[in-house]
Design a protein around this ligand. Sequence first.
Ligand code: PEP
Length: 247
Amino acid sequence: MALRKLVAGNWKMHGLSSDLGEVRAIAEGSRRYPTVDVALCLPAILIERAARAVPGFAIGAQDVHEAEQGAYTGCTSARQLLDAGASLTIVGHSERREGQYESNSQIKAKAEAALSCGLGVILCVGESLAVRETGRAVSTVEAQLDASLPDGFAEGLSVAYEPIWAIGTGKVPGVDDIAEMHAALRARLEAAYGDAGQSVRILYGGSVKASNAAEIFSVAHVDGALVGGASLKASDFLPIVAAAAAS
Ligand code: PEP
């Protein structure tokens, strides 16, 4: 089943109010590709201003806390993100799994908190280079997905396969490796959610750019992309959206 593609940018800890013009350029440029869903996951501090600047365009967060509210200094709840104008959030990015020691069970709780509040979720999984080199990439990522998937929820959920060694490095797995991983993840989603698992989008992420996007989007079960560095400028990001529209 061909799913409508989602191309989501992850600005990470980049962007100031002076960059809102770039958000506007991306939102306006995306209108040329109505068959593709486009979103920008911004630093929390920019979400409200961006959402006001580009009404109707999907602005997302990069993380969410699993609790509804409480004594969690520096954290942001799903309701707070919604209140600021976000419509989705990333959870389980490898930079949080590694840098903030987030566990699969915590990521699962974050996904459940976000989805039950009405936020879309992009749940990231992916293997390290060491795991890839031992030939255990598929089984490792399958286990990571099984342990991070929200219970009972499929609507609003997307999964992003992001090999850690491909993030920000310019390295990209071969199309056969992407195809093998995405087919395996599709099977795990169907095992978890039944037929509803067929409509969960599986994005690829890791050094996607204009020059490789068409080839990546041609792979079976690649339902979009999560894009880091190439999402910061409309001139880099919109050709990726165009490739998704043409695929
Ligand atoms: C990311 O961090 O989610 C990512 C895919 O980054 P990049 O596109 O820069 O590799």
